[in-house]
Ligand binder design. Structure first.
Ligand code: GEK
Length: 241
C-alpha cells in the first residue's frame, strides 16, 4: 500500500480536492490516517448488512472508492441471492475497485458502476451505504438523493450514512477540529500537510450538523434514526425505513 504524501511539499496554490489517479493510488493509507474510526465503520457496515439484508435484495455502496464497504458487506452477508451495487464517479477509483473486487473470490454478485450516484436507480434495497460520500454533494442536492434512496428501499431496510460533521456550538466545533488535527498529526501528517489538505477540501467537502442530518432523514420518512458511531467530528448514522 502506497503512503499518502500528496500535500507534503509546499504548493504555490492549492487546487480543489479531486478523486484522481494520485489520490486513488494512496487512498487506503489516506483515509485510514485521516478519518478516525474509518476501519471500525467499514467493518461494522458488514455486521449491519449481515443483520438487515434479506434474500434476493440489493445492497448499495454509493461513493464506493476502492470498495471497502462492498468487500466488508460481501464477507458478512448471510442472505441468499443478493447483489451489491457499487457506484463511484471517479474512473481512477472504479478501475482500482474493479481489480480489488476481482481478487476477492466471494460468490456474491457485485455490479460496479462508474457514474454519478444521483443518476443511478435504486430498487429492492435492504442496505444502502453512503460512507463519507454525501458530504461531497452540494447541500441543495442531498435531500433529493436521500428521497430517491428511501423510495428504492424495502420497508425494514437501512441506510448507513457516515459523514464528517460540524457543530453548532463554536466551542465544540473548535475542540473537535483540533482533536481531528491531533489525530492526523499522531498518524504522521505534518502541519503543512494538514493545512494544505484543509484548503483543498474547502468548498468541496461541506459538513452539516448531526441535527441537520437527522431532521432531513426524518422529514423524508425514515421511521428511526440514530448515531451508532462517533469519534470527534466523524459520525455514522443508521436510518431504518
Ligand atoms: C469507503 N465509501 O472507502 N457520484 C459518485 N461518486 C461520488 C460522487 C458522486 N456524485 N461524489 C463523490 N463521489 C468509501 C469512501 S470517499 C470519502 C468514500 C473520502 C465519490 C468520490 O469519487 C470518492 O471515491 C468517494 O465518493 C468519497 O468507505 O475520501 O473522504
Amino acid at each position: 500500500m502506497s503512503n499518502d504524501s500528496i500535500y507534503s511539499i509546499p504548493l504555490q496554490s492549492v487546487e480543489g480536492f479531486q478523486f484522481d489517479h494520485k489520490v486513488a493510488a494512496v487512498f487506503p493509507d489516506m483515509i485510514s490516517r485521516s478519518v478516525p474510526g474509518y476501519s471500525t465503520i467499514v467493518a461494522m457496515t458488514g455486521v449491519l448488512a449481515e443483520r438487515y439484508a434479506t434474500d434476493g435484495s440489493n445492497l448499495y455502496d454509493l461513493g464506493c472508492s476502492l470498495g471497502a464497504s462492498t468487500i466488508s458487506m460481501r464477507e458478512k452477508l448471510v442472505a441468499k441471492d443478493c447483489k451489491i451495487v457499487a457506484v463511484d464517479n471517479s474512473d481512477a477509483m472504479i478501475d482500482r475497485c474493479r481489480h480489488i473486487v476481482a481478487l476477492d473470490d466471494n460468490p456474491t454478485k457485485v455490479e460496479l458502476i462508474e457514474g454519478d450516484i444521483q443518476d443511478i436507480s435504486i430498487e429492492n434495497a435492504t442496505v444502502v451505504v453512503l460512507n463519507f460520500t454525501l458530504q461531497f454533494l452540494p447541500i441543495n442536492d442531498r435531500k433529493q438523493l436521500l428521497q430517491r434512496i428511501f423510495d428504492g428501499m424495502k420497508p425494514g431496510g437501512i441506510l448507513v450514512l457516515s459523514e464528517k460533521v460540524k457543530f453548532a456550538d463554536p466551542h465544540l466545533q473548535e475542540l473537535n477540529t483540533d482533536l481531528h488535527h491531533s489525530f492526523k498529526r499522531a498518524n504522521g501528517y505534518s502541519d503543512l500537510e494538514i493545512a494544505q489538505k484543509r484548503t483543498a477540501l474547502e468548498n468541496v467537502l461541506i459538513p452539516e450538523t448531526l441535527d441537520e442530518h437527522e431532521a432531513r432523514l426524518k422529514a423524508i420518512g425514515f421511521k428511526a434514526c440514530d448515531v451508532w458511531f462517533q469519534c470527534f467530528n466523524f459520525a455514522s448514522l443508521v436510518a431504518v425505513k
